[in-house]
Design a protein around this ligand. Structure first.
Ligand SMILES: Nc1ncnc2c1ncn2[C@@H]1O[C@H](COP(=O)(O)OP(=O)(O)OP(=O)(O)O)[C@@H](O)[C@H]1O
Length: 358
């Protein structure tokens, strides 16, 4: 089946550079895709081009199998059959909640029934006669969602739709929004700079950097098979051990790692997340035995330990005198600085990348 949204080779020059630099992207029916990346990487510009509120310098946008924008054609935003939701919900202050939701619908019984149905779906049954100023931020967000969904768009384009909300409310509203979008079967392209939000919402994440998509995959795959060190670091803290390649192997305090495809003498980074480090006590200068899964353990000295709420973060200087490793441990584990402990790392959770500047 053809994707609902397909963008091919999008380019946008702004301020003397390509802020969108050859973006290609597809969103299938009913699927949530998150455009994720740091501030300024070009997410919003990409979304605005797809919405039709900005125009690309090169590339094609197709919706439902029909080209809506290329170098000759440009269907305006309001005729693309898309739902739009931006950071500021921009409800009409002088209209009631029901009038806001029904704004884009032809007047009639069907519209009234659709408004009532949406009010109950977003858990605001009975709120139809209120005005936006009488609602909390979370309630206003739900009205904006209902308004965008009212004309039954096949695709919703959302730009940081939860960023104006209180932290405590955000998770709840994200889940509720996702459930309404899934019930309606709407495909979604959602822009966010928060990895947690993308992991929570997305069927697929398109990770952006400097105007390009560097990796597009399901959340599990993007987290567990990042394309490079920066992609790994975008989702959590990471540890990096740098080493030289000799005979396709790299020596580290945790034994040798395979560095396939790397040239002799090149530098590589062995990257792993703090939650994949296991800590053992020192037994008169010995640690645990090496295992196939965890490889050779290495000894380190605690530099600092901090309690972070759900877990503790312990930083080590390894016995080689230069490598530093951070481990996260569930609950409270606060060894004193200077304590000697042994660390093992999950070999299947280590990534070997060509060295990039830190
Ligand atoms: N009209 C413009 N003129 C010049 N530069 C622009 C213009 N609009 C955007 N930019 C620049 O293009 C880059 C990409 O902007 P964009 O808003 O798409 O990024 P973003 O990834 O959505 O960032 P954020 O998460 O901060 O919104 C930024 O560096 C921005 O300063």
């Amino acid at each position: 089946m053809a994707p609902l949204l397909h963008a091919e080779g999008l380019v946008r020059h702004l301020g003397g550079r390509d802020v969108v630099d050859d973006i290609s992207l597809s969103v299938p029916a009913g699927q949530v895709t998150c455009l994720l990346g740091p501030s300024g990487c070009g997410k919003s510009t990409t979304l605005r081009i797809i919405a039709g509120v900005d125009r690309q310098d090169a590339g094609i946008v197709s919706l439902n199998g029909a080209v809506v924008s290329d170098d000759r054609r440009h269907v305006p935003a309001e005729r693309r059959g898309i739902g739009l939701m931006f950071q500021d919900f921009a409800l009409f202050p002088h209209l009631t909640v029901a009038q806001n939701i029904g704004f884009g619908l032809p007047k009639g019984d069907a519209a009234a029934a659709r408004v009532l149905d949406l009010l109950s779906r977003v858990d605001l049954a009975g709120y139809g006669a209120k005005h936006p100023h009488e609602l909390s931020g979370g309630e206003q967000q739900r009205v904006a969602l209902a308004r965008a969904l009212a004309p039954r768009p096949k695709i919703m384009l959302m730009d940081e739709p939860f960023s104006g909300l209180d932290n405590r409310l955000r998770d709840e509203i994200r889940d509720a929004t996702l459930s309404v979008l899934k019930q309606e079967g709407t495909a979604v392209l959602l822009v966010t700079h928060e990895p947690d939000e993308a992991m929570r919402m997305a069927d697929e994440i398109a990770l952006m950097r400097d105007g390009r998509i560097v990796q597009q995959a399901a959340p599990y795959n993007i987290y567990n098979a990042p394309v490079d060190r920066e992609a790994a670091a975008f989702f959590s803290d990471i540890n990096t051990l740098r080493g030289d390649v000799h005979g396709a192997l790299t020596e580290t305090p945790f034994g040798q790692f395979l560095a396939p495809g790397q040239t002799e003498g090149a530098q590589v980074d062995i990257v792993f997340r703090p939650q994949h480090v296991r800590i053992d006590f020192d037994r008169a200068g010995h640690g645990p035995r090496p295992t196939a899964a965890e490889g050779t353990p290495a000894r380190g000295t605690v530099l600092r330990a901090r309690f972070m709420g759900k877990e503790s973060l312990v930083e080590f200087l390894m016995d080689d005198g230069t490598s530093r490793v951070t481990a996260t441990v569930p609950a409270v584990f606060l060894p004193k600085p200077g304590t000697v402990l042994w660390l093992s790392i999950r070999r299947d959770r280590c990534f070997v990348f060509p060295c990039t500047p830190t």
